[in-house]
Design a protein around this ligand. Structure first.
Ligand code: FAD
Length: 542
C-alpha cells in the first residue's frame, strides 16, 4: 500500500492525476468527522481508500458543533439508552487517542425551579449516565447545596438557583479532531483531496463504480474508480442521493444550531455550565482560552446549505437565556465577539420538534449500491466508521478484519494522558507565556515544538507574528491548508476564539499564503475577499 510522506497540497495536481489512474476499494464523499473517521478505519483495515471533500475538511457541520465529546445527558430523558451508552463509552476512548485534543471538563448543572431537572431527577439521571458510560469513581457526580453552588460559580442568580450537580464530560476542537483523523488516515496510506467536489456518480450495469469530480482551483474534471462508494456528506447526503436517483423513504431534516462567543472578561465563569433556557431547551456556556462560548439553538432550516449564519434572533435567544441565569452580566450584542452556525443532519421523524428528533445515525443502501450514512454525533464518529467499514468489507468480499481504531493514536508523537499534556504546556509556558503555550499544544500537540523551532528562523515584527507564520507553513505542508480561511477557521479556530488576531494579521497571513503557494495578484484578491467575508459572517449581527 502507498505510504504518503506528508499531507500537503504542494504536490496536489500530480497526486490527483495519479489517483485517477488507480482502482480503489472505497471512495468516501465528504471530509467531515464521519467521512474522515471512515477513512481511518477503512485504511487501517487494509482497504485502498480515497476521500474527496468539496471544500475544506471539517468545513460542514464538523467545525460548527458545541465541541463536546459527550453522551448527551438530555437524551436520557428521551430514553435513548443505547445512544447514551455508546457515546458515553466512546468519550474515554477518544480522550485516550488524543489527550491534547479531547480534555476532561467538569460540567455544572444548576437546579432551578421549573427547570428540566429537579434535584432528584438530575441526581438519578447523572448516576445512570455515569454508570452507562463506565465513568471511574473519582470522576463521578458531586452534588452541591445552594451555598456551595454559588461558591463554585458566583455569577449564577442567587434568587433562582437551588443547588447543583457537577459531572464529567470531555471538550474538544471538532475541526482539529477531523483534521487529525484524516492526517492519520493519509499517514497509513489513504488518499484524500479537499476542494474536490463530487458532481456526478459513475455506474456500470446499474451499479456505482466511481465518482466524477471537479477540482476546486483548476475546475478540471476528474474521475475516480472504486468497488464501493460511501456518502458521508452530512447535510448534503440527500443531494448525493438525488444524483443517485435514490432519494426515497427516509430523508434528512436539517436543524440549525448557533453559538456566540464573548470574552472571558465579560463572562468569567469557572466551569462549563449546562443550564435551562426559558423554552424547555438546555444550553451550554463553556470557557475556552480567553473566551466563553454559549450555545446552542435548534430550529428547522430551509435555507442554503453552503451559507448558514447566526442571525440577530439567534443572538437574542442565547443572550436572553444567559442573562436570565447570570443576571449581573447584562450581556448585550456589543459583547458578542464572534459566532458560528451549523446544520444537524438529522433523520426526519414525523410529529417531532427539532430537539426531540433522535441523534442516532442510520445507514441507507441504494439499489445502485451507494451507501449513505447520516445522523449521529461527533462523539460517535469511531463507531459509525466501524459500522460502515464492517458493511463495506462484507460487500466487497474482503476477509473479515476487526476494527483497529480503538488503538490508533491520532498523532505521530502522542501524549498518553492529560497530566502529560498539562506538564508539556507548563514547560513551554515558561518561555512563551501560558496563553500561547496552551493554544499551541491544544491545537498541534507536540508538533507545537517544531512550530516554535521553525519560528526562530522567520524574521518578523514580533515573536507572536513569527510563530503565526510558522503555523501557516506547518499547516500548508502537513495539513493541506490552502488559504487563510482554512487556517483561521478549521486549523486553528482563531476566527471564533481570537478574532482580534485574525483581523490584525490578515494581511500578513494573505502574504504568507501568497508567497508559499505562488498566487497571482488576482488569486490573492479573491482570497482577501473570502477572508473578509468570513470575518463578516462571524460578526454578521454587528
Ligand atoms: P459534515 O461535517 O457536514 O461533513 C460532510 C462533508 O461533506 C462536508 O464537509 C461537505 O463539504 C462534504 N460534501 C458535501 N457534498 C459533497 C460533494 N458533492 N462532494 C464532496 N464533498 C461533499 N456532536 C457531538 O458529539 N457533540 C457536540 O457537542 C455536538 N454539538 C453540535 C452542535 C450543533 C449546533 C450541531 C449542528 C451539531 C452538533 N453535534 C455534536 C453533531 C455533530 O457536529 C455532527 O453529527 C457531525 O459533525 C456531522 O459530521 P458529518 O461528517 O456527518 O457531516
Amino acid at each position: 500500500m502507498k505510504k504518503n510522506t506528508g499531507f500537503s497540497i504542494l504536490s496536489r495536481s500530480e497526486e490527483i492525476q495519479d489517483a485517477s489512474k488507480q482502482d480503489f476499494d472505497l471512495i468516501i464523499i465528504g471530509g467531515g468527522v464521519t467521512g474522515c473517521g471512515i477513512a481511518l478505519d477503512a485504511t487501517s483495515r487494509g482497504l485502498k481508500t480515497l476521500l474527496v471533500e468539496k471544500a475544506d475538511y471539517a468545513s460542514g457541520t464538523s467545525s460548527k458543533s458545541t465541541k463536546l465529546i459527550h453522551g448527551g445527558l438530555r437524551y436520557l430523558k428521551q430514553l435513548e439508552i443505547g445512544l447514551v451508552r455508546e457515546t458515553g463509552t466512546e468519550r474515554s476512548i477518544v480522550h485516550k487517542l488524543a489527550p491534547h485534543l479531547v480534555h476532561p471538563e467538569k460540567m455544572l448543572l444548576p437546579i432551578v425551579d421549573g427547570g428540566t431537572f429537579n434535584k432528584w431527577s438530575a441526581s438519578l439521571a447523572i448516576t445512570v449516565y455515569d454508570m452507562l458510560a463506565g465513568v471511574e469513581s473519582k470522576d463521578r457526580k458531586k452534588s452541591f447545596g445552594k451555598e456551595a453552588t454559588l461558591q463554585e460559580e458566583p455569577l449564577l442568580d442567587t434568587n433562582i438557583v437551588k443547588s447543583s450537580i457537577q459531572y464529567s464530560e470531555y471538550r474538544t476542537d471538532d475541526a482539529r479532531l477531523t483534521i487529525e483523523l484524516i492526517k492519520k488516515a493519509v499517514d497509513l496510506g489513504c488518499t484524500a483531496f479537499n476542494y474536490c467536489i463530487v458532481t456526478n456518480l459513475c455506474y456500470h450495469e446499474g451499479k456505482i463504480v466511481g465518482v466524477e469530480c471537479q477540482e476546486g482551483t483548476t475546475k478540471t474534471k476528474v474521475t475516480f474508480k472504486a468497488k464501493l462508494v460511501v456518502s458521508a456528506a452530512g447535510p448534503w447526503v440527500d443531494v448525493i442521493r438525488e444524483i443517485d436517483k435514490s432519494r426515497t423513504g427516509k430523508s434528512l431534516r436539517l436543524t440549525k444550531g448557533v453559538h456566540i462567543v464573548v470574552s472571558k472578561n465579560r463572562m468569567p465563569i469557572k466551569h462549563a455550565v449546562y443550564f435551562d433556557a426559558f423554552d424547555g431547551r438546555m444550553l451550554f456556556a463553556i470557557p475556552r482560552g480567553e473566551t466563553t462560548y454559549i450555545g446552542t439553538s435548534d430550529t428547522d432550516y430551509k435555507g442554503h446549505r453552503d451559507h448558514v449564519v447566526c442571525k440577530q434572533d439567534d443572538v437574542n435567544y442565547l443572550l436572553l437565556a444567559t442573562n436570565r441565569l447570570f443576571p449581573t452580566l447584562k450581556l448585550s450584542n456589543e459583547d458578542v465577539v464572534s459566532s458560528w452556525a451549523g446544520l444537524r443532519p438529522l433523520i426526519h421523524e414525523d410529529g417531532k420538534t427539532p430537539s426531540e428528533v433522535s441523534r442516532k445515525d442510520e445507514i441507507f443502501i441504494s439499489p445502485s449500491g451507494l451507501i449513505s450514512i447520516a445522523g449521529g454525533k461527533l462523539t460517535g464518529y469511531r463507531k459509525m466508521g466501524q459500522r460502515v467499514v464492517d458493511l463495506v468489507i462484507k460487500k466487497i468480499g474482503k476477509p473479515k478484519m476487526q476494527c483497529q481504531t480503538k488503538n490508533i493514536q491520532l498523532t505521530n508523537d502522542p501524549f498518553f494522558n492529560y497530566g502529560e499534556v498539562r506538564r508539556y504546556i507548563n514547560t513551554m509556558a515558561s518561555d512563551l507565556g501560558y496563553p500561547v503555550s496552551w493554544y499551541l499544544v491544544t491545537i498541534y500537540g507536540k508538533a507545537a515544538q517544531n512550530i516554535i523551532q521553525h519560528a526562530e528562523s522567520i524574521p518578523s515584527a514580533s515573536r507572536r507574528q513569527s510563530i503565526l507564520l510558522a503555523e501557516i507553513d506547518y499547516t500548508i505542508e502537513n495539513e493541506s491548508a490552502t488559504n487563510p480561511c482554512d487556517f483561521f477557521d478549521r486549523r486553528t479556530g482563531n476566527i471564533y476564539f481570537n478574532i482580534d488576531l485574525v483581523i490584525s494579521t490578515k494581511e500578513l497571513c494573505l502574504s504568507r499564503f501568497s508567497d508559499q503557494l505562488s498566487w497571482s495578484d488576482a488569486e490573492r484578491q479573491v482570497q482577501a475577499q473570502k477572508l473578509d467575508q468570513m470575518i463578516q459572517s462571524a460578526q454578521i449581527f454587528k
